[in-house]
Design a binder for this molecule. Structure first.
Ligand code: SF4
Length: 383
């Protein structure tokens, strides 16, 4: 039984989408059948009840992700959120986030989500340019994304994120700057700007391989990234994680739990949990999951890894260095019983010589020029 007093996050996976985007390798299925969505809602509630029996930690956040959680009706979202409150112990000032796809919601839906208790939205805009959205295989256009963002504000959300992707085939510096400027029109409290990363199983990766489309070169990708940092700093956003920016006080608490290597409970088909040093996945088979949950049977799980204390510490370093505040030696010692400066002295020295890491007041952090090269640093810690 996990009964740590450190709050955990609760992630709820909704694995349905209108259709599969060209770049996506998340577990999601092109299903919109209302009967399946209702059965899935009941299944998630059943799993929430069952898993609560072995957990007594308080929780600091709920995050409904996918897939496309906004395919659920607001009433279904409300039943799921209510079930979390009925079965788990909430911290005060809870963050309840949900991902929203502009192709799936109108003002009425958004008002319904607000009434259901959702207090933070993450809007999957990705780009405001129709041609880029088409390349990505998104089901909405740029105009529709803007209309959704207007509705998000009208519905009373005062904490929302805009997700953008840079490094798209054919993207130019001015095209990316246009995307950033358009995002500013809606005064979001949070921006996530991710570099396009393609798993080789995706249709888009196959097009790159066959030469149908071309990715940008590293130099331009890096220019787009550092343009983002400078532009958003000028706009008053705090750069708190390699790809994430927030107005002060609006950092995503749920994602901070991940980067701080804290525990989280993953609910739903294909969801991953991290508890008691184990990473566990619920079997990604929708029919089996629904059958098990509705018959009140335990879900099929697979233990992905059981980490040794040292692996746990290495993982915490890699995640922690993603945060611009870096890692504090004393806090690390208290959590892992390891003096990071001593244990990783050689790696830290090498990275310092390479101009990628700095140490200041017993805090170790990536320097700005290393943000785009962070994998180079992480690989050295993992070696
Ligand atoms: S909407 Fe999101 S989860 Fe669904 S296919 Fe597109 S990228 Fe993947």
């Amino acid at each position: 039984m996990t009964n740590s007093s450190v709050p955990m996050g609760i992630y709820i996976h909704i694995p349905f989408c209108l259709h599969k985007c060209e770049y996506c390798d998340f577990y999601s299925l092109p299903i919109t059948d209302p009967v399946i969505l209702e059965n899935y809602t009941r299944s998630v509630i059943s799993e929430l009840q069952r898993r609560a029996l072995s957990l007594s930690s308080p929780f600091a956040s709920i995050y409904l992700g996918g897939g496309t959680p906004s395919l659920l009706l607001p009433q279904q979202v409300e039943r799921i959120v209510d079930s979390v409150f009925a079965n788990y112990q909430p911290c005060s000032d809870l963050e309840i986030s949900m991902e929203v796809n502009p192709a799936t919601v109108n003002l009425q839906d958004l008002k319904g989500l607000r009434a259901a208790g959702i207090n933070r939205l993450s809007v999957g805009v990705q780009s405001f340019a129709d041609i880029e959205l088409k390349t990505l295989g998104r089901m909405h256009g740029g105009y529709e994304a803007q209309a959704t963002l207007r509705d998000v504000v009208k519905a009373g959300f005062n904490n929302f994120n805009i997700d953008l992707i840079y490094g798209l085939p054919g993207q130019t510096l001015s095209g990316w700057q246009e995307n950033l400027s358009l995002a500013m029109k809606f005064n979001p409290q949070h921006i996530s700007a991710y570099l396009l990363q393609l798993d080789e199983s995706t249709p888009m990766a196959r097009k790159v391989k066959s030469g149908t489309i071309n990715l940008l070169d590293d130099e331009l990708e890096s220019e787009l990234y550092y343009t983002t940092l400078n532009f958003l700093a000028e706009q008053g956003y705090c750069h708190y994680e390699i790809s994430n920016f927030a107005r002060p006080g609006y950092e995503c608490r749920h994602n901070l739990l991940y980067w701080q290597a804290r525990e989280y409970l993953g609910i739903g088909c294909g969801a991953v949990s991290f508890m008691n040093r184990q990473r566990i996945i619920n079997q990604a088979n929708l029919n089996h999951y629904i059958e098990d949950m509705l018959a009140d049977r335990a879900p099929h799980i697979e233990i992905l890894e059981t980490m040794t204390p040292r692996q746990l510490a290495a993982d915490a370093i890699i995640l922690g260095l993603r945060l611009t505040g870096g890692i504090k030696r004393e806090e690390f010692w208290e959590r892992f019983g390891i003096d990071i400066m001593e244990e990783y002295r050689d790696v830290i020295k090498t990275c310092q010589v390479q101009g990628l890491l700095e140490i200041e007041n017993d805090r170790i952090y990536l320097v700005k020029r290393a943000y785009f090269l962070s994998n180079q640093v992480f690989n050295q810690f993992m070696a």
